[in-house]
Design a protein around this ligand. Structure first.
Ligand code: HEC
Ligand code: HEC
Length: 294
């Protein structure tokens, strides 16, 4: 993930802005909630937030959503972006497992009351009713994003398979083959899945998941003595890096600035680098082409 490579001055800048944020923001860590607000009644939610058991989304009143948005904008947008899809320093919250598994603010509240201060996520002392409204806003944003994607995905069959094949040969054939690894992909998966695989191979690719063999990140650690250790990346932050060597042993190295030298390799990087280059038409054409590989 990009934040691993963040140069020290950016991280320092983050801490500096954090200090400012805490000073300006009464809801941030250690400040009491503004008087009067804690008592404001919130309509009891009909069922769990986010996706209900039947796959349906909960409806919230416009007032709850407006309040939630205001709380979000004042406290979170600075880092997680105006629409919660990720910003300068915070990840996309609409894909966060904490948000997706949240029930009426319980998990979100538990998380933000502690935060991850060592990773740049401050703790917040928001009263329970504000957390509930904030959670409602996030769940509704997840719903809206999912419905936009569904709408987009319905369009994919309008793609031109011929154009898709040309694009594939130019940009994908260095790693994939229509008669090799991607043969029969059109009979194995529906168009929606195929499109998800193109756009998010780590989440939806073969043997998906960060630990999967073909998509796992690897790391090379080089000591000042020249000693080199390589393996699958297990954990990395500013202070240490852990890797699993070929024989399955996990080794941890303390980091002090650039010592030892740490190089992370992501086999999907070239694939991910293509993402900002695709137009909607490219994606539609590619999907339409892969669907024909029966
Ligand atoms: C100063 C920047 C900053 C602010 C302000 C901030 N966050 Fe974060 N947040 C982060 C960072 C950085 C992370 C990633 C931490 C990590 O690497 O584990 C994070 C992570 C999270 C996560 C976990 C994502 C996941 O699934 O791993 C949630 C949920 C979250 N923030 C919610 C919020 C909410 C809600 C607010 C407002 C009340 C907020 N954040 C305000 C910086 C911020
Ligand atoms: C630099 C190499 C590289 C390039 C270029 C590349 N990919 Fe990938 N792709 C991968 C790797 C690695 C994976 C993950 C392992 C896997 O699932 O095969 C992957 C996974 C996939 C998958 C999921 C396969 C499955 O069966 O689940 C699809 C579909 C895919 N890529 C399509 C494309 C398309 C379309 C392009 C061109 C626009 C492209 N890739 C460009 C390396 C690449």
């Amino acid at each position: 993930m990009i934040r691993f490579y963040k140069p020290a001055h950016v991280v320092m800048g983050l801490f500096a802005s954090l200090a400012v944020l805490n000073a300006q923001n009464p809801a941030a860590a250690n400040a009491p909630p503004p008087p009067g607000q804690a008592a404001k009644p919130v309509a009891p939610p009909a069922r769990r937030g986010g996706l209900g058991a039947g796959g349906d989304y909960q409806q919230y009143s416009q007032e709850t959503l407006d309040d939630g948005k205001r709380i979000y904008t004042a406290n979170c947008a600075f880092c997680h972006g105006g629409n919660a899809k990720g910003g300068e320093s915070g990840p996309d919250l609409l894909r966060s497992t904490i948000v997706l598994h949240d029930e009426d603010g319980k998990q979100i509240g538990a998380f933000i009351h502690v935060g991850r201060p060592d990773k740049g996520m401050p703790k917040f002392n928001l009263p329970e009713d504000q957390v509930t409204e904030l959670a409602a806003f996030l769940h509704d944003s997840v719903r809206a994003a999912a419905q936009r994607n569904t709408y987009k995905i319905l369009d994919i069959v309008v793609g031109d398979p011929k154009q898709g094949e040309i694009y594939f040969n130019a940009h994908c054939a260095s790693c994939h083959s229509a008669t090799g690894d991607l043969a029969h992909i059109g009979s194995k998966f529906d168009p929606v899945t195929i499109q998800q695989k193109i756009v998010m191979p780590r989440e939806f690719g073969r043997g998906a998941g960060p630990a999967a063999n073909k998509t796992a990140m690897t790391v090379t650690v080089t000591q000042p003595s020249g000693e080199v250790t390589e393996g699958r990346l297990v954990h990395i932050d500013d202070f240490s890096v852990s890797l699993a060597t070929a024989d399955g042993k996990v080794k941890k190295f303390e980091r002090n600035g650039d010592v030892p030298k740490v190089e992370v390799h992501d086999p999907l990087q070239p694939h991910l680098d293509l993402l900002p280059q695709y137009t909607d038409a490219d994606i539609h054409n590619l999907t339409a082409y892969l669907v024909t590989l029966k």
